[in-house]
Write a protein that binds this ligand. Sequence first.
Ligand code: ZN
Length: 202
Amino acid sequence: MDPSLPEPEPLRALIQALRGLPGVGARSARRMAYHLLQHDPDGALRLGRALQDAVGQLRHCLRCNSFSQADLCPTCTHADRDQNLLCVVETPADQNMIEASHGYRGLYYVLMGRLAPLEGVGPDQLQFSRLLERATDGAVREVILATNFTAEGETTAHYLSDMLRARGLSVSRLARGVPSGGELEYVDAGTIAWALHERRPS
Ligand code: ZN
């Protein structure tokens, strides 16, 4: 793991930071660092500024919990969205996939994660109370659970279904055209549109 040559501290720190990204191991982190420093120093500076701006300027939308520059995001304040439908997804990437399917005109709630008891992620960490508050605003008539079809996504959907139905809400789950173990992020738009249309009561 340790390189045979001692690395200057700033280089070591950069590689270490890149290794923190999902799916990036020691070797690709080193390759990215060398590439940025040697072949694309302007791009490296742009990346640094973009990261600083994004972290500094983004917050969580007060209604849907997705990333937003303002208190409320453009989706939540859009006049044409169906206020009766609330679709619950794990991540903003999943929300983008559902938007891209053009099969949905309701609103969203983004969990920013999924239940993972072994990693210490429970209902409190995910602030399920905020979702409950959002879903019981009086306008929402159906909550569509669009968590991933992974073990953790299913566990999250079951938990939320019980929690929301106990409050008298109508709850549905995406149809299973999405393959088992499937993450929405990697499913094509047509399948997602179908899974939304064919959703089942949960
Ligand atoms: Zn929002």
